[in-house]
Design a protein around this ligand. Sequence first.
Ligand code: PEP
Length: 257
Amino acid sequence: MAKTIRKYLIAGNWKMNKTASEGAELVNEINLAVGKQSEVGVVVCPPFTALESCITALEDSNVQLGAQNMHPKQEGAYTGEVSAVMLRSLFCTYVILGHSERREYFKETDAFINEKVLAALESSLKPILCVGETLDQREAGETMSVVKTQLVDGLKGVTADAAENLVVAYEPVWAIGTGKTATPEMAQEVHKFIRDELGAILGNGAAAKVRILYGGSMKPENASELLDQPDIDGGLIGGASLKSKSFVELVEIARSK
Ligand code: PEP
């Protein structure tokens, strides 16, 4: 059901999919199936335009809402952006930060992502900080150094008291949306490394409280073995979060642990 002090978290990253009404429909189905249970944390992260319809459908539910990005400033002349305060006003609890698609297509740097992490925590939004290496970096033996830099630079200024509100997602870029999954052993090796690095940054007691999710083609067929690994505390799910059946199955697999 949980790993000592950490409760499993299954988070759906819908990316640029689902209109407001389609989102409400999907969330409704998820809510009917797993909205009452509280053994596993369940989060859906729709696009900004579907946040309001989704939260309306989630009244009295244990399913929580997250956003996929935010700007570090609270308000101002940042056309096209939204702030943590705005997300809080729509009852968001989580925000995905530093997803590899944002790093790649929108050139987000660790320093900018760090500003967002700090701003999210300040506004009581729980950051899901994404880290992970590309295929070239893995093949060059750079996985751990890449992940370490993303963690150290992304978490500058974060203190131990934030640990319970902090989530890290290890997402090997080569496994995202490709159908290729890291083997449970490969994933655990990096998750353990992340936990140790978090220990160096926040202290070991705090690091033990941070949930580290695996992301990259996670689906019902491969989730069980991944979730059995000692440092894998849940999943950040892309493709398989767009259908209630597969997403709910993932929650049920985590519940069965
Ligand atoms: C993601 O983009 O966060 C992700 C893990 O996608 P997928 O599950 O589709 O690989």
